[in-house]
Design a protein around this ligand. Sequence first.
Ligand code: ZN
Length: 206
Amino acid sequence: MKKIIIFTLLIGSATTLINSNDKQQIIENKIHEEHGMKKLFAPWRTKYTNGEAHKNDGTEKRDECSFCTQLDEQDDEKYFILKRFKYNFVMLNRYPYNAGHLLIISLEHKKNLYDLSPEARQELIELSSHCTKIVQDILKPAAMNIGINLGKIAGAGMPAHLHMHILPRWLGDTNFLPVFGQTKVISIDLTTVYKQLKPSFDALEI
Ligand SMILES: [Zn+2]
């Protein structure tokens, strides 16, 4: 529970930062630092937060949902889908806060945890365990945030379709990301990270 709350704060605040001007960002960074909370600032996410995520309000039907349309295309490599399981699938977040930012997403277009069957919820939690182990073994982050944002106000970019974030963290990532984070670099990283993680997911049976 503690991790989920912390992550909700992280994503919500980061979204606020991206949509603000530089001066506001500096002020907010200062406020957060004074409260002992350093934020990931991911400028390459602006296109996403100002576009797709901005207009999503949680009322999207299945045919308006990019998770569902990506699933339907059956081109998993194109969308960085690492594996489909019985009730959920795992993919790289195409708009990551950090390299190796995974999403565990229900196969069904459902909004809430209580909309899922007990079996789907159990698999979601089981997958969170496996995903953190794989990320730890392959990418060796210093730490990880995991969590679910329920609803737009809580920070969900795709509030109509339940998904859990697995976010690797490295010491100092709050500092170097604003300097080196560019869309092009991150898209190269997506392909590289996908290839790094894919064999472990291919071998994973739950
Ligand atoms: Zn969906």
